[in-house]
Design a protein around this ligand. Structure first.
Ligand code: CA
Length: 238
C-alpha cells in the first residue's frame, strides 16, 4: 500500500477487511451494509446478540447497543474478549449514559445515530489504523502526530515539546502517543490499560494514575492531560 495518502473518507485497507454489522433495525442495517460494501468492505450483518456471538470473526464490529435480545454493554464485553476485533459502538442520541458505559466496557470508538456514511468510514479507518498499524500500512513511515507544540515521532519513538526532547519511559511514551493520537477525543481508562499495558492490566489501574501524574510533570503547561471523571483522559492543546 505504498501509494500516497488516501482521502480521509476512504478507508485505506477496505478490501479484505471484514465488518460485522450488529443491528436489529432492518432499514438502518440495509443502508449500512450498502454503504460499507460500496467502500469495498466484506460485510456480514446480524440482527441479534446471539448471532453476533456465533458470527465469523471480524476486523471491526459495528455494534448497536440497543438490541432486542441482550444488553448491548454485556455483548460488547463478550465481543471485546477477541483481541483482534475493533468495536465501534452505535447509540441513539439520547443515550449519553450508554456511550460512557460503552467506552468503559472497551469500545474503541462510538457513533451516535443518526450518523453520516463519511463520518462512519472515517471512524472505521481510524480504529483500523490504531488497532492494525502493521496491516494498515506495512511499508509506510507513520507521519508524526502533534497537538499544539507537542510532536510525537512514532518511528523514532521521540516526543518533542517545542524542540526540546522529552525524556520518557517506554510506557509513558506509549501512553502519550495514544492520548495525542486520539486528541481531542477522550480515551477510556480501560482502553488505555488495554492498549498500553496489555492483557494483564487488572492490577495496574494505580499504575496508570502514576504514569499520568508523571507525564503531566514532564509536559508542563504546554498541553493539558485532563481527567474526564468516570471515563478516562483527554489531551488538550495549549
Ligand atoms: Ca436497535
Amino acid at each position: 500500500m505504498g501509494g500516497g495518502r488516501v482521502s480521509p473518507t476512504l478507508p485505506t485497507m477496505a478490501s479484505h477487511m471484514r465488518i460485522l454489522v450488529v443491528e436489529d433495525d432492518d432499514r438502518v442495517a440495509r443502508g449500512l451494509v450498502t454503504a460499507l460494501r460500496s467502500a469495498s468492505f466484506d460485510v456480514q450483518r446480524v440482527a441479534t446478540a446471539e448471532r453476533a456471538l456465533t458470527a465469523a470473526p471480524a476486523d471491526v464490529v459495528l455494534l448497536d447497543l440497543g438490541l432486542p435480545d441482550a444488553d448491548g454493554i454485556d455483548l460488547l464485553r463478550r465481543l471485546r474478549r477477541r483481541p483482534q476485533t475493533a468495536i465501534i459502538a452505535v447509540t441513539a442520541r439520547s443515550e449519553e449514559r450508554d456511550r460512557v458505559r460503552g467506552l468503559r466496557a472497551g469500545a474503541d470508538d462510538y457513533v451516535v445515530k443518526p450518523f453520516g456514511v463519511a463520518e462512519l468510514l472515517a471512524r472505521i479507518d481510524a480504529v483500523l489504523r490504531r488497532t492494525r498499524p502493521a496491516r494498515a500500512e506495512p511499508e509506510a513511515e507513520d507521519p508524526p502526530l502533534s497537538v499544539g507544540d507537542l510532536v510525537i515521532d512514532v518511528n523514532s519513538r521521540e516526543a518533542r515539546l517545542a524542540d526540546t526532547a522529552l525524556q520518557l519511559t517506554r510506557k509513558e511514551f506509549d501512553l502519550l502517543r495514544l492520548l495525542v493520537a486520539r486528541s481531542p477525543n477522550v480515551v477510556a481508562r480501560d482502553q488505555i490499560l488495554d492498549q498500553v499495558w496489555g492483557a494483564a492490566w487488572e492490577a495496574s489501574s494505580r499504575t496508570l494514575d502514576t504514569h499520568i501524574a508523571s507525564l503531566r510533570n514532564k509536559v508542563g503547561t504546554a498541553v493539558q492531560i485532563r481527567t474526564v471523571r468516570g471515563v478516562g483522559y483527554v489531551l488538550d492543546g495549549g
